[in-house]
Ligand binder design. Structure first.
Ligand code: SF4
Length: 299
């Protein structure tokens, strides 16, 4: 990079804890950098995400730019022959998160800027790219300050706490930010979506379809091939999902206690309060953090 190369600093917020903490961290530690904060909005985000971003804006004393594809979810659904997004066909992230980002930074790259994008991968996570620049984006650089500076999960909590932000409110019931109907949700989270945001649950239900009546012959249920959302209208099924989840929590607590005991010795106190359920939900279900979701959506 030549000395006088123009540099554009950007930091994407997902509505999740790590990117928000990174924004606070960068504003505190690198005030000389003129960072533009942005949020790629699918139009189907949780209300708690917007609330959190508003509070973060106050803390940063800077607006957070909302970028989007200019088209709504239904438009993109039609473009994909009405095939709803799923793990193996995650067109939602591409069309509604990644492409708007690429479109937004394109003029800067064309004008000869180096674009530096800061991503909230922590030091205690497996290394990931975040976003992989393609051939035409050779002046896009990804930086991971938390990974470089040794900031781990507890560090993220501390940053958010010290900024008076705390965690986004959806962590009370769900493990990730992102769309209300995200297919990465677990059954317990669908149950809670119905309890917390019944209108969003009904909207998700309205997208489900059966081969006999759907225009493309597809059967699609958000929770998996055999369980439409309407099954959550049955109190017995809801009670069963809650009971199953409780068992997972209990198993996870025991495992954590065993690990701690092994680390600290037999006489160590093992009744520490643990951050469980939503913050540890991926670990509880034996998944890497994020559970396969793109960091653009949840980080
Ligand atoms: S949050 Fe889920 S549904 Fe929304 S764009 Fe990301 S992967 Fe797709």
């Amino acid at each position: 990079m030549s000395e006088d190369k123009k540099v554009k600093h950007v930091l994407g917020l997902s509505g999740g804890k790590d990117s928000a903490a990174l924004a606070v961290y960068m504003a505190r530690n690198y005030p000389e950098l003129d960072i533009e904060y942005f949020f790629t909005d699918t139009g189907k985000e949780l209300p708690e995400v917007y609330d959190f971003l508003e509070r973060l804006e106050i803390q940063l004393r800077k607006p957070i730019k909302h970028i989007n594809s200019g088209k709504d979810f239904d438009y993109w659904l039609a473009q994909h022959n009405n095939y709803l997004p799923a793990g193996q066909q995650r067109w939602c992230t591409i069309r509604m998160k990644l492409e708007p980002f690429e479109k937004w930074i394109r003029p800067f790259l064309d004008q000869g800027y180096e674009v530096i994008s800061y991503v909230g991968i922590r030091a205690d996570e497996p290394w990931r790219d975040g976003y992989r620049p393609n051939e035409s984006q050779k002046d896009l650089t990804i930086k991971m300050p938390f990974a470089e500076d040794g900031i781990k999960k507890q560090g993220v909590f501390d940053i958010l706490e010290s900024a008076g932000l705390g965690l986004p409110k959806y962590y009370d019931w769900r493990s990730r930010s992102g769309c209300t109907f995200c297919f990465f949700q677990r059954k317990i989270e669908w149950v809670r979506l119905r309890e917390r945001h019944p209108e969003a649950f009904e909207e998700a239900k309205s997208y489900e379809k059966r081969a006999e009546t759907s225009e493309n012959g597809e059967t699609f249920f958000w929770m998996g091939p055999n369980e439409p959302l309407e099954t959550l209208e049955d109190p017995e099924r809801v009670a069963q999902i809650k009971a199953n989840h409780q068992k997972v929590i209990e198993r996870f607590e025991k495992k954590k206690k065993r690990e701690r005991k092994r680390r600290l010795g037999m006489h160590a106190m093992v009744d520490e309060t643990m951050l469980i359920d939503t913050l540890d939900m991926d670990a509880m279900y034996d998944l890497e953090e994020g559970g396969g979701a793109c960091i653009t959506c949840y980080k």
